[in-house]
Design a protein around this ligand. Structure first.
Ligand code: A3P
Length: 287
């Protein structure tokens, strides 16, 4: 996939605050053009590079299309989603904004020496809970299990985009590269204005106090939840979303405690300790 020197990537493990960061990055990069942001879905402004993997193989594609029961609108949306990301981004004008959940080792080797990358990380226990709800939200995946089953698959690296810690550590190792901005979702939660300033500095874009205030207001959880350009709700009318779930869900740190019993919490702590041993990477505290 040919890269362009002004490409901007947001790279994350799923459910780490990707969408939130994408909108932040896009608005800074596009001189706070809220009208354009509202007029076009984030998924079009900021395509998902490997999103078509859900359609990988004729069998998967057929199963997804069959699930539409002949609904032409639904089928058209799925056809669009099944286009390979590298073809979609090839047609975009520069600068391109590209989202990927792939680890750095599966992205073009020259990525960091060519483009700018914002990497967002999040406590894996909150990621697991968010990912669990995500799988219940998107009904096409057919997931019906409980959280305990999901966690089992998550920490055993059996889900798409796992292994989680290799993903994280590859990015952490590159955190001092001048074209890499490594941030934690928890930092955005703690001090959004400071995170905006860091992103603006990284993108070499000035941001004044008024712009900062408006952007933080736009990115505020409640406004974001009601923003149809980013909240995936338009998918609901096509029947792709479960009734009792939503994409912009809780937006908190530490919610995992309500999902892990004592045994699971101890197992998670061991898993985290084992994976961080010998590294200087530490998860955000106060979780
Ligand atoms: P929860 O499911 O824990 O609520 P991604 O975009 O990578 O899929 O990440 C989704 C997670 O980011 C969800 O976490 C979602 O609620 C949270 N999120 C999205 N927008 C947010 C915002 N404006 N403020 C805080 N959290 C947000």
């Amino acid at each position: 996939m040919p890269l362009r020197s002004d490409d901007i990537f947001v790279v994350t493990f799923p459910k780490s605050g990707t969408t939130w960061t994408q909108e932040l990055v896009w608005l800074i990069g596009n001189d706070f053009n809220y009208e354009k942001a509202a007029a076009k879905l984030l998924t079009e402004r900021f395509p998902f590079l490997e999103g078509s993997l859900f359609f990988n193989g004729e069998k998967a594609k057929k199963a997804l299309l069959d699930s539409c029961n002949g609904d032409v609108v639904k089928m058209k949306i799925l056809e669009e989603m099944s286009k390979p990301g590298y073809e979609v981004v090839e047609k975009l004008p520069s600068p391109r904004y590209i989202k990927s959940h792939l680890p750095l080792s599966l992205l073009p080797p020259s990525l960091l020496d060519t483009t700018k990358v914002v990497y967002v990380a999040r406590d894996p226990r909150d990621v697991a809970v968010s990912y669990f709800h995500h799988n219940r939200l998107f009904t096409l995946g057919g997931f019906t299990g409980d959280f305990e089953q999901f966690w089992e698959s998550f920490h055993k690296d059996m889900l798409d985009w796992t292994p989680y810690f290799e993903h994280l550590k590859e990015a952490w190792d590159k955190r001092n590269h001048p074209n890499m901005l490594f941030i934690f979702y928890e930092d955005l939660l703690k001090d959004l204005p400071e995170a905006v300033r860091r992103v603006a500095k990284f993108l070499n874009k000035p941001v004044n106090d008024e712009q900062l205030e408006r952007l933080c207001n736009h990115l505020n959880f409640h406004n974001f939840k009601n923003n149809k350009s980013v909240n995936n709700e338009p998918m609901r009318e096509f029947g792709f979303l479960a009734e009792n779930e939503s994409f912009i869900r809780k937006g908190k740190a530490g919610g995992w405690r309500d999902y892990f019993d004592e045994k699971m919490a101890a197992q998670a702590q061991r898993w985290i300790d084992d994976n961080l041993r010998g590294t200087d990477l530490r998860l955000p505290q106060k979780n």
